[in-house]
Write a protein that binds this ligand. Structure first.
Ligand code: CMC
Length: 427
């Protein structure tokens, strides 16, 4: 490809550099365009705009490929641990044995919350959504860990990153315990990251909790599959919030708020609610018809993706995990039958084929999480827990990037032009 792109506006011609990454489409560098040509570019939803450089995650949406630091997601989901993937995303390479041990030790030693934070929970109503609690408590961490909020100090940035990765399972488990009126369970350091989370969620102080290895493995996969996903809405929110120099805890709270929406992380909760509403395979055609009807706002939740125009590689691992977990627990859930059947019908339907709508990561995750025993409103909190790793990796990358500037999009103004103020009695 040429190394310059030219733009003609009337009789004026402008040239922009074309930049190439290590994979994916080239980008046209328009940074000087406004200064030279006096025009902005218009791209609501960033459908054609690269907002940053990143070396963390690569997605080929047409081929259904997802790589973290070059490693395919299915290999990581099958062979790696969440601690390894967290190290990989943060540091760029898979850890050697001693590096992994040191990293795991560090994360494990940061899992407790400042005791005073537990009083925050009592300020929430019992029926508070866990994501509301997560937004509040994670933002409040800024008030407790002053020694890791100076973002110009790489050491403090790393301590804040470790704290966030370590404390998120404790915060999410406490949100659940509070909602069901059970005592908080403190972390136990000899368990794995996921095993510890399961114990803090489902264990009680009155008796020992045994971690089921099949469930632990399913959670490991789920956490790995959600760990990062390039410049999605919540990651871009974290980047935009931190571009002003805000502290990391506040920025991650902003990411959690964005993730909550049903078009993003909230889709796992919405997908299971939809599958339950459909209830049985015979009702699927009615819902497929609704999804295709332009007059009906209904969409098949867990279907479609801004980037994937092929099967989401994470959905494949999720489907397999759903079968394994239900088999292990001896559950025969009609929701899984409905999901399988819905997928088959949609994949053969012209509307879904033409628009390249395939199941995404959220289509099967709800079936698994529900079988394990999580209530639907915890699903997005689990997504936030796992995505924290990606958020902090992207945040660190952004702060260290010399090209980083405060994020400040421009606009196409369509409001009134200047007019004079009219006193209220003359309007
Ligand atoms: N059901 C029915 N029609 C759909 C769906 C769907 N799930 N998704 C997209 N479409 C149609 C949409 O109506 C539009 O049709 P038309 O061109 O005729 O107007 C076309 O497909 C393109 O959709 P879009 O909304 O312009 O695409 P987008 O890239 O802005 O949205 C999306 C992507 C994920 C928000 C959307 O597919 C969606 O709402 N899916 C359901 C929610 C969901 O499962 N979200 C989880 C995403 S994966 C997890 C994550 O990364 O957070």
């Amino acid at each position: 490809m040429a190394d310059k792109a030219s733009l003609t506006i009337g009789d004026r011609n402008f040239e922009c550099d074309i930049l190439s990454g290590s994979a994916g489409p080239d980008v046209i560098d328009i940074r000087k365009l406004y200064g030279q040509a006096g025009v902005f570019t218009y791209d609501p939803g960033f459908t054609s705009t690269a907002a940053c450089q990143s070396a963390i995650t690569y997605i080929d949406g047409d081929e259904g490929v997802l790589l973290h630091r070059g490693y395919p997601i299915d290999q990581l989901a099958e062979q790696s641990t969440f601690m390894e993937v967290a190290y990989l995303l943060l540091n760029g390479d898979l850890p050697k044995q001693d590096e992994l041990e040191k990293f795991t030790y560090t994360i494990t030693r940061h899992t407790m919350l400042h005791e005073q934070l537990s009083t925050f929970y009592r300020g929430f109503r019992r029926d508070a959504h866990p994501m509301a609690i997560m937004c509040g408590v994670v933002g409040a961490l800024s008030a407790f860990y002053h020694d890791s909020t100076d973002i110009t100090d790489p050491k403090q940035r790393m301590i804040a990153s470790h704290r966030l990765i370590a404390k998120m399972p404790t915060i999410a488990a406490m949100a659940y315990k509070y909602s069901i009126g059970q005592p908080f369970v403190y972390p136990q350091n000899d368990l794995s990251y996921t095993g510890n989370f399961l114990r803090m969620t489902f264990g009680v102080p009155a008796e020992p909790y045994e971690v089921d290895p099949v469930i632990e493995n399913a959670m490991r996969r789920i956490f790995i599959l959600h760990a990062d996903h390039e410049q999605n809405a919540s990651t871009s929110t974290v980047r935009l919030a931190s571009s002003s120099g805000a502290n990391p805890f506040a920025c991650i709270a902003a990411g959690i708020a964005c993730l909550w929406g049903p078009a993003h992380g909230g889709a796992n909760e919405a997908a299971l609610n939809m599958l339950r509403e459909i209830g049985r395979p015979e009702r699927i055609p009615e819902y497929i018809a609704r999804a295709k009807d332009k007059e009906d706002p209904f969409r098949l939740m867990g279907f479609g993706h801004r980037v994937y125009k092929n099967y989401d590689p994470r959905a494949k691992v999720m489907q397999k995990t759903a079968e394994e977990v239900l088999d292990r627990l001896g559950i025969s859930d009609p929701v899984l039958d409905t999901a399988r059947e819905l997928e088959q019908i949609a994949l053969k339907d012209d509307y879904f084929i033409e628009k390249k709508l395939y199941p995404n990561v959220d289509f099967y995750s709800g079936v698994i999480l529900s079988a394990i025993g999580f209530p639907t409103d915890m699903f997005t909190a689990l997504f936030a827990l796992a995505r924290t790793v990606g958020w902090v990796a992207q945040w660190n990358e952004m702060i260290s990037d010399p090209d980083q500037k405060i994020g400040r999009p421009r606009q196409l103004y369509t409001g009134p032009t200047q007019r004079d103020y009219v006193p209220v009695d003359q309007r």
